[in-house]
Design a protein around this ligand. Structure first.
Ligand SMILES: *Cc1c(COP(=O)(O)O)cnc(C)c1O
Length: 423
């Protein structure tokens, strides 16, 4: 039987760093990544035949768990009809109808192939619509890897300790303003758009203060800037209709990805007809994609979204809230201090040797992420068959397939892992 080490060595020789996305590398935690051959529900299995309880869930792309039978069946059917045509298809219309029927202020969406593309395109629309250049993002929020948005990014950018990225010119970021999360910046009429993760989930989890999003909405309105919610993680995961409904604040533009592809590559951006009217072919803002609205991706996404009800989200959120409390207690019983912030079914995990407050911005989240505890904790969990993301800036994803006994197992593992960290 082949080993993880053998596969990773082969990967290293033909794929830079052995991975196709830096967050997957074990660079910040050390060791060799496990190479996954299959997944089912809440679990993944590696090339050595070892099964892990999976809290990565493709960084949030998987809502129902891996290889959900109905999604697999839907894909089997879709694939037999052909996978891409370069012409409109019913599948993209169906998914767009589901999304627009749920999300406040979302009248139209256009599909792309990744979250990165979605955000990049939404920013272009905002600039085209307002005729302004500047955009504002928040420190530690991740909006994909397009040039203008990598600056002060969370997730892998933070994990690797990069201030931004080499290969991005000063000009490319000259119109990007960075502000601390949870503080409403004072804008002026040069700002086209403010881009925000309504729950920041790429610097571990940083929740918005009670009035942050509403005040941001008001400040955008004051100067005529558009508010863009990057809901690539929160969309159709935080809640049945995502963050706008959850927080009662409606943005001008939305970006989606992850969940809406049902595990296949997809992204989407949308808003009102008035704003999206600037897009080609109707308007002057160009944007396109050969595989955009791909029949497989839209079929999988529509299957996932149509299988879940508001009650499913409420149920999952309640279970995750209990899990979070118990996880925090278990870590404390093991001898460390923990904060496990929760919003809907999203949960973060901060560890420390001392009592501390829940972080409200990147500076605080970063100090905790860099305190050295996550690395041994991650490995102690992995040794017990519980897979967390291999980086302290990610959150835990509990899918609808995680059963109560899975969560119990993770709680026990966390208690032992905290002890192992201290020993
Ligand atoms: C993952 C993510 C993106 C980028 O999506 P990709 O599909 O990886 O390009 C953008 N914004 C947020 C908030 C994300 O979590």
């Amino acid at each position: 039987m082949s080993t993880n080490q053998e596969w990773f060595d082969r990967a290293l020789s033909v794929i830079p760093g052995g991975v196709d996305s830096p967050v997957r590398s074990f660079r910040s935690v050390g060791g060799t990544p496990y190479t996954v051959v299959s997944g089912e529900g809440a679990h993944v299995t590696d090339v050595e035949g070892r099964t892990y309880l999976d809290f990565v869930q493709s960084y949030g792309a998987s809502l129902l768990g891996h290889a959900h039978p109905a999604v697999v069946e839907r894909l089997r059917d879709a694939v037999s009809h052909g996978t891409t045509f370069g012409a409109p298809t019913p599948g993209e219309v169906r998914l767009a109808e589901i999304m627009t029927s749920r999300v406040p202020g979302l009248e139209q969406v256009r599909f792309v192939s990744s979250g990165t593309e979605a955000v990049m395109s939404a920013v272009r629309v905002a600039r085209g619509f307002t005729g302004r250049d500047k955009i504002l993002k928040f420190d530690g929020c991740y909006h994909g890897h397009s040039d203008a948005l990598l600056v002060a990014g969370g997730s892998g950018v933070a994990q690797l300790g990069l201030p931004g990225s080499a290969g991005v010119t000063a000009n490319a970021v000259a119109d990007t303003i960075v502000a601390p999360y949870n503080e409403v910046p004072r804008l002026d009429d040069t700002v086209a758009a403010v881009l925000v993760e309504p729950v920041a989930a790429n610097m571990n989890l940083v929740a918005p203060r009670a009035t942050f999003l509403a005040e941001l909405r008001a400040e955008c309105d004051r100067v005529g800037a558009l508010l863009i919610f990057d809901e690539v993680i929160t969309g159709f995961r935080l809640d049945y209709a995502g963050a706008a409904q959850y927080f009662g604040v409606t943005p001008d533009l939305y970006c989606f990805g992850k969940v809406i592809g049902g595990g296949l590559p997809v992204g989407a951006f949308g808003g009102t007809r008035a704003v999206l009217g600037v897009l080609a072919p109707a308007g002057p803002v160009y944007q396109a994609g050969t595989l955009s609205g791909n029949p497989l991706a839209t079929a999988a996404g529509a299957e996932v979204l149509s299988r879940v009800t508001p009650a499913d989200y409420a149920h999952l959120s309640a279970r995750v809230a209990r899990f979070a409390t118990r996880l925090g207690e278990a870590v404390r019983e093991g001898g460390l201090f923990a904060r496990v912030p929760v919003r809907g079914p999203l949960l973060g995990l901060y560890l420390s040797r001392e009592e501390f407050e829940e972080p409200e911005n990147f500076t605080a989240a970063q100090a905790l992420a860099e305190n050295g505890l996550y690395r041994p904790f991650f490995h102690a969990m992995l040794d017990q068959g519980v897979a967390l993301a291999p980086g302290a800036y990610e959150i835990l994803f509990v899918s609808m397939a995680h059963r109560d006994e899975d969560l119990d197992r993770a709680v026990s593992a966390a208690r032992a892992a905290a002890r192992a960290v201290l020993s």
